[in-house]
Write a protein that binds this ligand. Structure first.
Ligand SMILES: CC(C)(COP(=O)(O)OP(=O)(O)OC[C@H]1O[C@@H](n2cnc3c(N)ncnc32)[C@H](O)[C@@H]1OP(=O)(O)O)[C@@H](O)C(=O)NCCC(=O)NCCS
Length: 174
């Protein structure tokens, strides 16, 4: 899949052209990566790999909020299992001026709809570190429900935080 069109955003297949200085900056921005775990260490251009398997779909998020389309973040469907028909969603709005404008809600809606209705997945999961209030809202607004807590899962600022686990099933099973 190369392209998903939403109302205010488009999702476009992530290629070399999206490994920009802004992108590396987002990965190294302590406000952006606070709850992203894997990116808590300094990241350089050489650390970035474009996924090359049928287990991961990585997409750039392009905002159409202004006349000029702007690359503002990424979203992925990963850990795709084609036998159990499931995957896991992850997302990062790197451009902080675009926070709170409904971008993540729309992006998660688009990729969830694509996975459940076009890939015929049965279940999409997501994990959110406690305290990431915006991300929890994004999932709930897209029909995700919490099913578990991974206790003391993530070390941040001198304390262990829980990971909240969410899932969304295909429509006919809700
Ligand atoms: C968390 C994040 C995904 C939210 O994206 P966003 O595009 O700003 O979210 P939305 O605009 O769709 O907001 C959805 C809801 O969450 C609220 N919200 C967003 N950020 C919030 C925050 N920091 N604190 C409290 N609420 C917040 C919005 O006001 C909105 O609420 P509403 O529906 O009641 O109006 C974004 O800030 C981000 O990418 N952060 C860095 C990476 C990250 O944490 N990714 C998620 C990992 S699980």
């Amino acid at each position: 899949m190369n392209y998903l069109q939403g109302k205010d955003i488009q999702l476009v297949k992530f290629t070399e052209r999206y490994i920009t200085a802004d992108y590396i900056g987002w990965l190294n921005d302590s406000e952006v990566n606070r709850y992203l775990g894997a990116e808590r260490m300094p990241v350089s251009r050489d650390d970035v790999n474009i996924p090359d398997s049928d287990e991961t779909i990585l997409l750039a998020i392009i905002s159409n909020h202004t006349d000029t389309p702007k690359y503002i973040g990424t979203i992925s469907l990963h850990y795709i299992d084609w036998i159990d028909r499931k995957g896991e969603v992850g997302y990062m709005i790197g451009s902080k001026e675009h926070w709170g404008k409904g971008v993540a809600t729309e992006a998660v809606g688009l990729i969830t709809n694509y996975a459940l209705n076009r890939l015929n997945h049965n279940k999409i999961s997501a994990g959110v570190i406690e305290g990431n209030t915006g991300s929890i809202k994004v999932l709930k607004k897209n029909g995700y429900k919490q099913y578990a807590v991974a206790v003391q899962d993530y070390y941040l600022d001198g304390e262990y935080l829980d990971t909240l686990r969410f899932y969304r099933l295909s429509e006919w099973k809700i």
